[in-house]
Write a protein that binds this ligand. Structure first.
Ligand SMILES: *Cc1c(COP(=O)(O)O)cnc(C)c1O
Length: 459
């Protein structure tokens, strides 16, 4: 208890204590994630093939399973210093409110205009594109966090940024769209008639609201059909987990300053990038047999890829242009229910996390959205930060674990990732506050139906 007294509410690192290398957890995995496959040939993708879509340096990072540490280029480090080191907060107020003997910490990634951790990878991807002499990058965005982060990074590096935004979000979330345009991005509602795949989808489904998978297909086509452009993606990929390792490395450095070792590490999981980044250095210790930790991935019950999906090769996009990835997936045609407001709607999961989960090194839980918003509001009232719905999945399970400690009297140390703020999610909060939010859980039949359309490579 005396020890506790010395721990401040916020543990900040000094600038000079910031990590200068990213950590690649794949280097320490005995069972490596399955390779990306070329959808045409069924053979593993090479750097040359990937370089047609991604920047060359990023293609190399994507396929590198052996290099443990990558130097962070100085220009990226300098950009990071605008909003990093990010604080590690001891949630004293929440602990008191819950009357738990557990010690709760969270790593807060919402201290930048984009409002989430996505900026950590956006600046890295924009930097490598610029360094390669490209004119610009293309991407998709759903709710808009990734597009916003990428717009900020591209503005800083004076790179053209073309964002395909899922049409329903483009129309219903004008604020994020305008943030992107303010930073100079070109934002197109998807599906659009600017691409062949967009025109095809529009002809087939004239009134469609669009989907993330469809926007990915358009962004990839835009990148490959314009000279000097490449496609960038804000989650799922191994390169993104690598860049996001800054979260875990900083969190670990801050905890190490006070000799604190977490027992449980919790993160929300959409495509897996923040969770992968947060747990990477800790998972590395576990993989090397140095320490043990309990890792928990939290996903929505309405889009439960780890807890109810299948570990199989699948398409990453609706148009089936992207490489095939082996991952826990609900099938690329899976659509979460329209009343699902809490984010984390991607059908698959990072192949790195999928392998770790399959090997029993990480657990997964699914939670229903009303209980997520309850946790969000409980947290906001005592810790002050208005959390993003996505982040609140992690809050939910952190609170659940802290309440278990209250029952057992165990003084466990819990670390969770607070990935962002929820200012642009007030329609979702409004629904919850009005008591209009429901919990939709897909049936086994619905999941089976989309899994029946998995590509044939699975034998
Ligand atoms: C995008 C996003 C997520 C989910 O993405 P991951 O790749 O799973 O980390 C979580 N929280 C916030 C705030 C986001 O913007």
């Amino acid at each position: 208890m005396n020890e506790n007294k010395k721990i401040p509410y916020k543990i900040y690192l000094e600038e000079h204590e910031m990590p200068t290398q990213w950590y690649n957890v794949r280097a320490d995995m005995k069972n490596k994630p399955a390779p990306l496959l070329n959808p045409g040939t069924g053979k593993p993708m090479t750097v040359e093939e990937l370089s047609g879509v991604f920047c060359t340096e990023l293609a190399k990072q994507e396929l590198d399973d052996t290099t443990a540490y990558f130097d962070i280029p100085e220009e990226i480090l300098n950009f990071y210093k605008m909003y990093r080191p990010a604080p590690l907060v001891r949630a004293y107020h929440l602990e008191r409110k819950l009357q738990t003997p557990a010690k709760i910490y969270y790593k807060f990634e919402g201290n930048n205009t984009s409002g989430s951790h996505k900026l950590n990878s956006a600046i890295a991807q924009a930097y490598y594109a610029k360094n390669q002499g490209l004119k610009g990058v293309t991407t998709e965005t759903g709710a808009g966090q990734w597009g916003t982060a990428l717009s900020m990074a591209c503005a800083f590096l004076e790179l053209d940024c073309q964002v395909y935004m899922v049409k329903v979000s483009y129309e219903q979330k004008p604020f994020r769209r305008e943030v992107m345009r303010t930073y100079g991005a070109n934002v197109t509602p998807s599906p659009s008639n600017t691409t062949e795949v967009g025109r095809k989808i529009l002809a087939e489904f004239p009134g469609t609201n669009g989907s993330l998978g469809c926007a990915i297909s358009e962004a990839v086509e835009a990148a490959t059909s314009q000279e000097g452009y490449r496609y960038v993606l804000g989650s799922v990929l191994s390169q993104v987990l690598l860049h996001q390792s800054i979260i875990g490395l900083e969190a670990k450095a801050a905890l190490d300053k006070y000799d604190v070792t977490p027992d449980i590490i919790i993160g929300c999981a959409g495509g897996g990038s923040n969770l992968g980044g947060l747990i990477s250095p800790f998972m590395g210790e576990k993989l090397r047999g140095e320490k043990d930790y309990q890792f928990i991935a939290v996903e929505p019950a309405s889009c439960p890829s780890l807890t109810r999906g299948k570990y199989a090769y699948d398409f990453c996009d609706t148009g089936a242009i992207c490489p095939l990835a082996k991952m826990y997936t609900l099938g690329s045609s899976f659509m979460p229910s329209p009343n699902h407001a809490g984010g984390l709607r991607y059908h698959g999961m990072s192949s790195v996390l999928s392998q770790l989960y399959d090997d029993g090194l990480m657990e997964a839980r699914s939670v229903e959205q009303t209980s997520v918003f309850e946790a969000a509001e409980q947290f906001a009232k005592v810790e002050g930060i208005l959390p993003a719905p996505e982040s609140s999945h992690a809050i939910r399970v952190a609170i659940d674990e802290a309440l278990k400690c209250k029952e057992t009297g165990e003084e466990k140390t819990i670390l969770f990732g607070l990935t962002g703020t929820g200012y642009f999610d007030m329609y979702a909060y409004e629904k919850f506050n009005n008591g209009e939010m429901g919990d939709y859980i897909p049936t086994d039949e619905e999941i089976a139906a989309s899994l029946s359309k998995l590509p044939k490579v699975n034998g």
